[in-house]
Design a protein around this ligand. Structure first.
Ligand code: ADP
Length: 267
């Protein structure tokens, strides 16, 4: 999955990233689903140790264009994990109280505690994405935020939080299909909002804003991955694989018991 990693200080051009890529998987959906099941089973084991050890904190940031698959990724990759150790935080339009504070205030409060995986469904990156594209703040404000985001993430990392950031990359044609499905299928209509089409018209502006954010904020301690996301099953595999390798790399262990198991007899 290294090839999806955005190298620090590299310039991202999204047109060179194929959203239909499915890596080495040519067996298609069925093979993909079977593989995901294995990855998720291993993730469940590792999460158990993470929770038991109560030492590491893991932050997963999910960003995408509308219909990009944040919800589906959360359901498929993180849904099967022990809910006691996973928390999803969704960041919507800021409330008046949130707006009365600095843009990282509401974010910091949702960062993971020891033993926990926090999944951000949208994040502080909205403050350099929608805020920039929609001119909710002047450029003099949002342009300074990349550096602040890097500083904030460095603090989290140096204090012991492992950070992974995923941009779920779909193309315009795929978004059209997914919107159409939300209109056609009664059970999906609740997800559709006519205002979404206005955002869709701003696609090129969002691409530019994403390219800038990905270029400026992928760091060693908080790397971005550009995940090909047109194929949902491959998107899930790619995200699960990166999370899995990262957890494997933490060298976690169950805590040593504070008693001698051989010496205990339960009457
Ligand atoms: P989602 O699309 O994530 O499923 P919603 O449909 O409720 O959830 O959309 C959340 C909205 O909140 C998005 O349009 C997003 O751009 C907006 N939003 C999130 N963070 C901010 C922010 N900091 N400033 C302005 N808008 C934001």
């Amino acid at each position: 999955m290294k090839r999806y990693l955005v190298k620090p200080k590299s310039l991202v051009d999204l047109s060179t990233h194929d959203p239909r890529d499915s890596g080495a998987f040519d067996g298609g959906k069925k093979e993909g689903r079977d593989h995901l099941a294995k990855l998720v089973a291993r993730l469940e084991e590792l999460q158990e140790v993470l929770y038991a050890e109560n030492r590491h904190r893991v932050l997963v940031v999910l960003q995408a264009m509308d219909t990009g698959g944040k919800d589906g990724t959360i359901r498929s990759v993180f849904g099967p994990l022990n809910p006691q150790g996973v928390r999803v935080a969704s960041f919507k339009v800021p409330t008046p109280e949130e707006l009365a504070h600095d843009f990282l205030w509401r974010i910091h409060k949702q960062t993971p505690r020891h033993g926990e995986i926090a999944v951000f469904n949208r994040s502080h990156y909205e403050d350099v994405l929608v805020v920039r594209v929609r001119s909710l703040m002047p450029e003099s404000v949002w342009s300074k935020r990349y550096e602040r985001i890097n500083a904030f993430e460095r603090i989290l990392a140096e204090e012991g939080t492992t950070i992974l950031k995923f941009f779920l990359h779909i193309d315009l044609a795929e978004q059209k299909e997914r919107f159409q499905a939300r209109i056609d299928e009664p059970a999906k209509r609740w997800k559709f909002n006519t205002a979404d089409l206005k955002e869709r018209k701003l696609w090129p502006e969002y691409v530019r804003a994403y390219e800038d954010a990905l270029s400026k904020t992928s760091t060693k301690h908080a790397p971005w991955y550009i995940i090909p996301a047109n194929r949902k099953w491959y998107r899930n595999i790619a995200v699960a694989t990166v999370v899995l390798h990262t957890l494997e790399g933490l060298g976690m262990e169950y805590p040593k018991p504070a008693f001698d198991p051989a010496a205990i007899v339960i009457e």
